[in-house]
Design a protein around this ligand. Structure first.
Ligand code: WT7
Length: 653
């Protein structure tokens, strides 16, 4: 069951037996009190929904479940922007800091209070409205980590316009196909993003993407870096021209009352085919689920300074940089750059400067810091930290302990939070102050989350009795409501393997204490640096190169990125497998999907190992990639090809 690519990690996890009981002093002050899990989940979510959110019209029914279709907070009317911004200003929190924004260039920083945020959002919403954006208008967002990113999402939420935010590292093809699939009419982007001291172009990529997506008629561009870009008459507008002169009186642009189940946004994510899935999230359940988990999992207090170091372009950023924290009127740090720009102490400087209490990041980043050593970290006062979070992939115990000891000074609970784009919110996680922690275990399902591990036949594997398929048996508030334009795929992918549960696509086991240990993907989805990538999507990208005949993509274990991509390629007659070709193919994948999808290794082969029925045997290629003894080769049409590939792979090292 264990993903081969992560087998070393799994072995380490299986052997792990250290435990960290909660500190009584933490428990004393924690948001989640002893007895937390004894509450009735429906009463819990009903109360959280009423108390944590403000409603224009109260909901009448907590939930409806007609498997696989869930609805939450039925009958309610609310607005996400009102919940994130306006009501806090009305309640006297206007001077509270919403974001400490830290630009990539040193000393380029802004303090944005809730009142500032409201003013910026109202202006942006009025500007968008002047261009014709209103309730139901579909908008694409392609921005880096600049203040305009949350401002744009909130302004669109204010108007009731559903959006899809495409990560700034994605290619023109990726952006174009997403905009086309959603039939977006508008695009909000920026000239270029700061990338390690140099501008990385976004607008030219957006231009190319718009050529592929003719539904997009209007584009608004933020000038972030002063990079010269082409502006097309009648289509392209500068943000400053559209937004700066607008009225910032909230009454000039009231928050649109939305139904609880109105589409809020779409997030595209890789699945097991070449085509990314448009994952649908609706309004009320998403807001309730993200803000509630944010409050309890990170133990957020009125004066907490919280930093989720993800990118807004991923679901982690939507849920835990923008919407969850803002519903809770939290003060967040938002950082534009990378951890080692201009040097490796950047993160620790930020934590020290803003006295950050909560840090939420990914194992791959923790392992990168670990590789760099503790020198930079030791020069900074990190004593403000209180809770450390991890998300995106299984965290190996060594990295967990390093994080706790070196970043958290040995005193901070580490919350390893398991969830997915489809989930919208954290589903399996410790609660600091309540949970006995185990390095490498995401521990408990959150209240009301009916998680289980099934065997092949759909029977629950009892605690302590081995690994199987991670499933969830009951709906949760922030659950995705389907896939854009593909209900069949929605049912097929998630709800067909078992008749009574959601199939997460991960392997897992539950230990004798009932704690969950996540073991990585069990399908053709890879997890590279916490980013989800599909093997088939990368194969399709490779095959779209004119010289490539066939491609097989597998992952191998990597000490920093978790998994790394290995591509085996056969070339068409006449094409030569030179070092230049290799670089060209990597670039090609980068251009088709995005730099994160570039294979770490490309191996040229004369042919790929096929079964007699013509299927590529990825399992064998994975053995080669991970230097293992070859598995069963009996169904192979021509056994000699694997040895040939093995030799090539070795000579490439
Ligand atoms: C996949 C979902 C949800 C935010 C980031 C990723 C893996 C995520 C953990 C964790 C073990 C994890 C799973 C999951 N994953 N968090 N704490 N422990 N694995 O979102 O791109 O939708 O990917 O990430 O394999 O299925 P995503």
């Amino acid at each position: 069951m264990a993903q081969d690519g992560q087998s070393q990690n799994i072995d380490a996890l299986m052997a792990e037996s250290r435990t960290y009981p909660p500190d009584p002093a933490f428990t004393e002050q924690a948001n989640a009190k002893p007895g937390f899990y004894d509450q009735d989940p429906d009463e819990f979510w009903e109360r959280e929904g009423r108390e944590r959110l403000s409603w224009f019209t109260d909901f009448t029914t907590l939930k409806e479940w007609d498997r696989p279709y869930a609805k939450w907070y039925l009958g309610g009317k609310l607005n996400a922007c009102y919940n994130c911004v306006d009501r806090h200003v009305e309640n006297g929190l206007g001077d509270k800091v919403a974001y400490y924004w830290e630009g990539e260039p040193v000393d380029d920083r802004l303090t944005i209070t809730y009142a500032d945020l409201q003013s910026r959002v109202v202006k942006a919403a009025n500007g968008f409205k002047s261009l014709g954006i209103g309730k139901g208008t579909k908008v694409a967002v392609y921005l880096g980590m600049i203040p305009e990113a949350p401002v744009t999402l909130l302004a669109l939420a204010r108007l009731g316009a559903p959006f899809t935010f495409v990560f700034g590292g994605f290619s023109a093809t990726a952006l174009g196909s997403r905009m086309q699939e959603m039939e977006c009419e508008y695009l909000i982007t920026q000239d270029a993003a700061n990338r390690r001291g140099k501008p990385g172009a976004l607008k030219p990529t957006a231009d190319e993407a718009m050529d592929m997506a003719p539904t997009v008629k209007t584009c608004v561009t933020v000038n972030r870096t002063g990079t010269e870009v082409e502006m097309k008459d009648g289509r392209d507008h500068w943000w400053s021209d559209v937004v700066d002169g607008q009225d910032d009186d909230p009454k000039s642009c009231p928050c649109e009352p939305m139904d609880s189940e109105d589409l809020f946004f779409l997030m595209f994510s890789s699945g097991t085919t070449g085509k990314p899935k448009g994952i649908l999230h609706t309004t009320a359940g998403y807001l309730a689920g993200t803000s509630t988990t944010h409050h309890y999992v990170f133990d957020i207090k009125p004066d907490t300074v919280y930093w989720c170091a993800a990118d807004i372009g991923w679901i982690t950023g939507h849920s835990y940089i923008v919407f969850g924290p803002l519903v809770n009127a939290t003060t967040s740090v938002m950082y534009e750059g990378t951890p080692d720009f201009p040097d490796k102490s950047r993160w620790w400087e930020i934590i020290e400067r803003y006295k950050v209490n909560v840090l939420y990041t990914a194992p791959t980043t923790i392992r990168t810091h670990m590789k760099w050593g503790t020198e930079a970290l030791q020069k900074h006062d990190l004593s403000s930290l209180k809770v450390l979070g991890s998300v995106g992939e299984p965290i190996n115990p060594e990295a967990w302990i390093w994080y706790r000891d070196n970043v958290g000074g040995g005193k901070c609970p580490v919350v390893d939070t398991w969830w997915q784009t489809e989930n919208g919110m954290i589903l399996v996680t410790p609660l600091p102050g309540l949970t006995t922690l185990k390095p490498g275990s995401a521990t408990h399902p959150f209240i009301g989350v009916k998680a289980a591990v099934y065997d092949e036949a759909g029977k629950e594997i009892p605690a302590g009795e081995g690994a199987g398929y991670m499933v969830i048996k009951e709906p949760w508030p922030a659950m995705f409501r389907g896939l854009l334009n593909d209900d069949e795929r929605f049912k097929q992918t998630y709800w067909s393997q078992f008749s009574d549960a959601y199939l997460a696509g991960d392997g897992a086991r539950v230990d004798g204490d009932g704690d969950f240990w996540m073991m990585g993907r069990i399908d053709d989805v890879m997890n590279v640096s916490g980013h989800r990538l599909s093997t088939i999507e990368i194969e399709s990208a490779l095959v779209s190169h004119p010289d490539v005949a066939q491609a097989a993509v597998v992952s191998r274990a990597d000490a920093t990125t978790g998994q790394a991509i290995v591509a085996y390629v056969t070339l068409k007659d006449g094409a030569d497998g030179s070092t230049e070709k290799l670089a060209e193919l990597r670039e090609h994948v980068g251009k088709e999907i995005g730099p994160i999808a570039k294979p770490a290794n490309v191996v040229f082969a004369d042919s790929l190992p096929m079964t007699r029925s013509g299927k590529i045997m990825r399992r064998l290629l994975k053995d080669v990639a991970e230097n293992r003894a070859l598995g069963d080769t009996t169904t192979l049409a021509d056994p000699s090809v694997v040895n040939e590939i093995k030799q090539r792979a070795e000579s490439d090292k």
